[in-house]
Write a protein that binds this ligand. Structure first.
Ligand code: XMP
Length: 509
């Protein structure tokens, strides 16, 4: 296992992801974790980048002993500067920021840069640079602007790179990471979906003991995978609860109940539609909606679980890594800003009666899919497009009423049907309709109409952290527009959203 010491870079988790892609488990841990603790558990250390300068008074530092504890260390960007600074090299304060693509001229291609030769494209983002290497180190590569873009002390297994190997703009960065993890740290590539399952089962046994767990089930891949994992771990002590808040897709609630019947998971179906509509009545602010819905969810869970006298100590849910990052529930340097309150994270009130279990909270969506498949979750669930916890409520801009939900359900069902018919369902991360709070004038059958506008949103993405608007064929857009306007009388205009993430988000609220 590799320890990634977090100095606050926005890419820290990408490092973890790249390491997992080469089948080695890695964990992001606080930058000041004592060397003795690291040594006991890990085979190698990576120091992440970060926004600080080693010259700042309160710049984050690591335990100096990590450089002498015998474990290999790779410093990336700020991590490299810190290593050089701490080991007697010289870092110079930058006046200019070097940001973007650069060319690395490789001088020594042993161990860390093995298999790479002469030149490679890299991505830089730094101001300070190293101007003198610490004793025992040698230059491995430089760029036009950076004298030491890669350095190494092979006998002490200490390495530093000024560029970011974890981002896609360093196309061969994965090889650098692989060289460090496999060749220098000697980690075996044995982290797989199965090993994740085995480890999780053990953790669940330890944490849950003989208690009962209530699992919040939405029917999507995340919560279903959590349910499958828990079923395997604790068998009949698991009860799943599906709360229909009234904001599901057309016929979705019935479909979920049928599916879990087939799947042999103990499911309680709660129809809480009226409560939720009351709770969001008159609310138009997106964050307010999310918070109200999140809170109501927990209340319903508490009440319903008491009713069935289950004595549930734990509440399990399918929180994923991006949910946590974007809710700023963690934040490398504690400075991450809240982008949206995801209802299954930031929306939870403080006085909650359950201990929360989130076994997938360190995984990205594609990893969850692999885990779900390994657990035998049916493919039609595994490859379902993600659907947000607050459901259609955050796709209805403005006030949520039963009528507006019905309108959106009809339009959305057409989008789903046609995307599937066109054979694009799996290629597209998410496709859906959004009901706008805008009425426009139209003409239908020689009559003037003044009706609602629907936006169609379709994006491609790897993990929802970034997304591109999908280049849907014009003919498909035409079919969508014609069908929606003809079949949903309350809509007379359809627009297509051509914004990517960032700067937009996938959902409109
Ligand atoms: P955004 O809109 O933030 O969405 O780009 C990223 C991904 O997360 C989904 N999403 C949610 N999922 N609870 C969830 O379980 C939520 O509150 C929530 N909000 C957004 C969204 O559909 C997309 O896949």
């Amino acid at each position: 296992m590799i320890a990634i010491l977090d100095f606050g870079s926005q890419y820290t988790e990408l490092i973890a992801r790249r390491i997992r892609e080469i089948n080695v488990y890695s964990e992001v841990i606080p930058h000041d974790t004592p060397a003795s603790k690291i040594k006991a558990k890990y085979s190698g250390i990576i120091l992440s980048g970060g926004p600080s300068s080693v010259f700042e008074e309160d710049a984050p530092v690591c335990d100096q002993d990590i450089f002498f504890c015998g474990l290999p260390v790779l410093g990336i960007c700020y991590g490299m500067q810190l290593m050089a600074h701490k080991l007697g090299g010289k870092v110079e304060r930058g006046t200019k920021h070097e940001y973007g693509k650069a060319n690395l001229f490789i001088t020594n291609n042993f161990t860390l840069l093995e298999g790479l030769w002469l030149e490679m494209n890299i991505w830089m983002s730094h101001s300070d640079s190293i101007v003198e290497l610490p004793q025992g180190f040698q230059e491995l590569g430089h760029t036009d602007n950076c004298k030491y873009a890669a350095m190494g002390n092979p006998s002490s297994k200490l390495y530093g790179i000024q560029f970011h190997p974890e981002v896609v703009h360093t196309p061969r960065g994965k090889e650098v990471i692989k060289n460090f993890v496999h060749n220098v740290c000697k980690c075996e590539p044995n982290w797989t979906a199965q090993s994740f399952i085995d480890e999780s089962l053990e953790k669940i046994h330890q944490e849950v003991g003989d208690s009962k767990v209530l699992c919040a089930l939405s029917g999507g891949v995340d919560s279903t995978t959590v349910a499958a994992l828990l079923k395997k771990a604790i068998g009949p002590r698991l009860t799943c609860m599906f709360i229909d808040q009234g904001f599901m897709r057309k016929n979705e609630a019935e479909r979920i109940v049928r599916l879990f019947d087939e799947f042999d998971i103990n499911l309680i179906h709660v129809n809480a539609t009226e409560r939720f509509f009351k709770k969001v009545k008159g609310i138009t602010d997106p964050e307010q909606k999310r918070k109200q819905i999140g809170e109501e969810f927990v209340r319903v869970f508490e009440e319903e679980s008491k009713k069935i006298k289950g004595d549930f100590k734990f509440l399990a849910q399918g929180t994923l890594y991006p949910d946590i990052i974007e809710s700023a529930a963690i934040g490398a340097s504690g400075t991450a800003v809240t982008i949206k309150t995801h209802h299954n994270v930031g929306g939870l009130p403080d006085d909650i009666d359950f201990i929360i279990l989130e076994p997938l909270k360190k995984l990205f969506k594609d990893e969850v899919r692999k885990v779900g498949l390994a657990l035998g979750v049916p493919e039609n669930i595994i490859f379902r497009q993600p659907f947000p916890g607050p459901g259609l409520a955050i796709r209805i801009l403005g006030e949520i009423t039963p009528t507006r939900v019905k309108i959106l359900q009809e339009a959305d069902a057409i989008v789903m049907e046609e995307i599937k018919k066109a054979g694009l369902y799996r290629d597209i991360w998410q496709a859906f309709a959004v009901l706008l709070p805008i009425k426009t004038v139209g003409v239908q059958g020689d009559k003037r109409t003044y009706q609602n506008t629907v936006a169609i949103r379709a994006v491609t993405s790897e993990d929802a952290m970034t997304a591109q608007w999908a280049r849907l064929p014009y003919d498909l857009l035409e079919i969508l527009s014609t069908r929606i306007i003809n079949e949903v009388p309350e809509i007379n205009r359809v627009v297509y959203d051509i914004s990517s993430k960032p700067p937009s988000t996938i959902e409109w609220e």
